[in-house]
Design a protein around this ligand. Structure first.
Ligand code: IMP
Ligand code: MG
Length: 184
């Protein structure tokens, strides 16, 4: 396995910048959910790093649950707009305040399908918190309540985001070299 440096064009968001912004998001969420007990739903696997750092800055009592979805019918780097629930929530969200935590919103198809599924379970409220927003790639409008960073249309990895399943552990967001993409 090659060292990640072989695939890294540049660091787009440093560890320090990520952590500073996540601290702000945690403060915003704590303020907005004062008096409530939200359930944070993380979409596996990309959102895990973000969720675990975010909750350390959330001061209201809250729960967490996890969901895994996979899009099918398209390549690894393109969303088809059809998602399969590979792992569903363990808790009921009916009448609960739900905050969906995502790593990145790209075309918007994945989160749109997840939101409509969650909405059908009648939560008291449903909001979206994404670390990254690749806004210029949007194909369908997505309501984003909390956003870490709007990023350009480049393939990024690290901090939960994978390059063909590797390098999720990197503490920063890096841009992948377009000509050095792993197989798949
Ligand atoms: P969407 O349905 O096009 O919005 O796709 C969102 C999903 O695509 C994310 O949850 C990621 O898994 C993946 N994705 C989109 N862009 C990137 C990227 O630059 N790096 C890594 N994964 C990405
Ligand atoms: Mg993902």
């Amino acid at each position: 396995m090659q060292d990640y440096h072989e695939f890294l064009e540049e660091i787009l968001i440093s560890e320090g910048a990520l952590q500073a912004r996540i601290r702000e998001l945690g403060a915003d969420i704590s303020r907005d959910y004062a008096g409530k007990t939200p359930i944070l739903i993380c979409i596996l696997r990309g959102g895990v790093m973000f969720l675990t750092d975010l909750v350390r800055h959330i001061t209201v009592p809250h729960m967490m649950d996890f969901m895994a979805v996979s899009s099918y019918g398209a390549g690894a780097r393109q969303s088809s707009g059809h998602v399969r629930i590979a792992h569903d929530l363990n808790t009921s969200i009916k009448d609960q305040d739900v905050l969906l935590v995502e790593d990145i919103i790209d075309s918007g198809h994945t989160i749109t399908e997840v939101l409509s599924l969650l909405q059908s379970r009648q939560p008291a409220s449903l909001k979206v918190c994404t670390l990254l927003d690749k806004a210029e790639r949007r194909e369908i409008e997505v309501p984003i309540d909390y956003c870490g960073f709007v990023i350009p249309n480049r393939f990024v990895f690290g901090y939960g985001l994978d390059l063909d399943e590797f390098y999720r552990n990197l503490p920063f967001i890096g841009v992948a070299q377009p000509d050095r993409i792993l197989r798949k």
